[in-house]
Design a binder for this molecule. Sequence first.
Ligand code: ZN
Length: 354
Amino acid sequence: MRRNLRALPKAHLHLHFTGSLTPATLRKLAGTQGIRLPESLTDNVALRVPASERGWFRFQRSYDAARQVVRTEATMRLIVREAARNDRADGSRRLEIQIDPTSYAPFVGGITPALEIVLDEARAVSRSLGISIGVIVAASRTHHPLDARTLARLAVRYAGDQPGQVVGFGLSNDERRGNSADWAPAFAIARRGGLKLVPHAGELRGPAHIRQVLDTLHPDRLGHGVRAAEGPALLRRIVDEGVALEVCPASNVSLGVYADVTRVPLRTLYDAGAQIALGADDPLLFLARLTRQYELVRDELGFSDAELADLARQSIAASFAPESEKRTWIGEVDAWLATAPADTYPPHPAAARF
Ligand SMILES: [Zn+2]
């Protein structure tokens, strides 16, 4: 007897722009443009690579191939709309979608229009689909830290906690690239401009690097952060400082961080009192959307419905939505937990199920 996890209200705080696409939409977009996709994007098999630089290279090559189909404003708008629709079908009340506008700038006239297109569509979709969408601008570790300062200044111009505004500033790509401290000036610009800070860390590198990111970038949340479980003192610090962790179990397995979901140290993080928000990261490549993360945590890690509701509450609390909305959604989680569990429940018809 279990409750419907798709109906569990939650917030989705770790989702990348092109990585949010469904394989079917990607194939359609490629088809209409006559673009040939590599087999890794068409075989309907979740990516599995070792957590080495070679493994990351394979992941990045697939991601770049997918990004090839994103060359128009219409496609960018479609990505936001579909991400919102799929998230809503997964019970998400709040989506914070992450984008590096640099990647799409050449096709739409620069980084400013690239970001404005996403913000404009996020605003429209928030109204029409009943999901609140905040945008996170993410710099890439593969670019010069000075580029990150430019992005931070751009992001700050659109800062705010209303749908279609920029709520946060991130740092993505291979965590082993560059020295995190070099991005401190960009993060300081973002902080001064009112943005929350959400760099990736604690996925491919362990506690020493997480400590450096905490010391130099002063994050509000960590993208992943799972490997904080390897350092008890560090984990206590994360809990004490209230830094939330965006944990993406299916992604961790796909990218070889853990051999399978049973090895993801979610229980350690949870029991230590860390604030956790489950996320899908790049469902296009890992073939697992938001609800699937909760299912994996239930099936593979033995979380009860009460604990899953707690994770959902934590995801909402860790979002950067206005407090009044968070209270409403948390009340909806309580209502979900108050419903009686059933033997079976119907799948959501609108959802792309992987
Ligand atoms: Zn990520």
